[in-house]
Design a protein around this ligand. Structure first.
Ligand code: COA
Length: 262
């Protein structure tokens, strides 16, 4: 499934790669891109065989250089609010997907690009990537959840500084140091590294991965005691799956598990 600006490919069983393919504008998110991303996310959500979804950008230079500034410049206040809510809803849908998501940050990730990456479960950046939420330099605030997710990822002091200074020079190494990305790989290797991680995820119990994703994600917004109740409930639910029996039998029989996602 591919539209004009978003390519969706399945390079391997159980793994999909969504590529924002608008390199002449550094993969900036215009309305068409947002619509196509929405379709790609909805399609992923309904694919029971999917084990991991990877997002990346076309070309050597950019992951996604942000929302399309040409479009933003024309928004009325009402349209601006709607635009922001639409972007937030897309990124919420990515964050709520039942399968793990990985952002392969292959270059510039600014504004909506970094916001999309922050909605993913895992971020792998190439060493040439540069990140930031530079919206205040344009006279706006980050509007796709960035003010909220950045502080949750890196803490309030760094979020205040990055947003208020409109820093565009956050390197991949520094992003790794502050916990914004999981790891840094050589230039040109972000997608390959993301696929390697996706394969590791694919080898594990699909239902267990879904439950773990949900427990960590929802638990972060809960008091510890409530989060642990959720964890215990999902732990118990694992006992209803064939995957649990297969995983444990495989260990006891000293053979690799063959999970079927049931
Ligand atoms: N929206 C719309 N167009 C964008 C864009 C964006 N967010 N980011 C880049 N582009 C376009 C440029 O306008 C240019 O188009 P043109 O060739 O028709 O003039 C093209 O992509 C290439 O960008 P350019 O600025 O020439 O590349 P560069 O290597 O000199 O600089 C950046 C790269 C990423 C530093 C620079 O493009 C930039 O600052 N982009 C905006 C980042 C931003 O503020 N994002 C948050 C938006 S809310």
């Amino acid at each position: 499934m591919s539209g004009g600006f978003v390519r969706v490919e399945s390079p391997e069983e159980g793994i999909r790669v969504v590529t924002v393919d608008r390199p002449e504008k550094l993969n900036a998110l215009n309305s068409e891109v947002l619509g196509e991303l929405r379709a790609a996310v909805e399609s992923a959500a309904s694919d029971a065989a999917l084990r991991c979804l990877v997002f990346t950008g076309a070309g050597e230079k950019a992951f996604i250089a942000g929302a399309d500034i040409g479009e933003l410049a024309k928004l009325t206040p009402i349209e601006g609010r709607e635009h922001s809510r639409r972007g937030q809803a897309l990124l919420d849908a990515i964050e709520s997907l039942p399968v793990p998501t990985i952002a392969a940050i292959n270059g510039y990730a600014y504004g909506g690009g970094l916001e999309l990456a922050m909605a993913c479960a895992i971020r792998i950046a190439s060493e040439n990537a540069r990140m930031g939420l530079p919206e205040t330099s344009l006279g706006i605030v980050p509007g796709y959840g960035g003010t909220q997710r950045l502080a949750r990822h890196v803490g309030r002091a760094r979020a205040f500084e990055l947003v208020l200074t409109s820093e565009k020079g956050l390197t991949a190494a520094e992003a790794e140091r502050i916990g914004l990305v999981n790891r840094v790989v050589p230039a040109g290797q972000a997608l390959a590294a993301a696929l390697e991680t996706a394969r590791k995820i694919r080898a594990n119990g699909p239902a267990a991965c879904r439950f773990a994703l949900e427990a960590i994600r929802r638990g972060l917004d809960m008091p510890l005691a409530e989060g642990q109740v959720l964890e215990a409930t999902l732990f118990g639910l694992c006992a209803a799956t064939e995957d649990m029996k297969e995983g444990m039998n495989a260990f006891l029989e000293k053979r690799p598990a063959r999970f079927r996602g049931r």
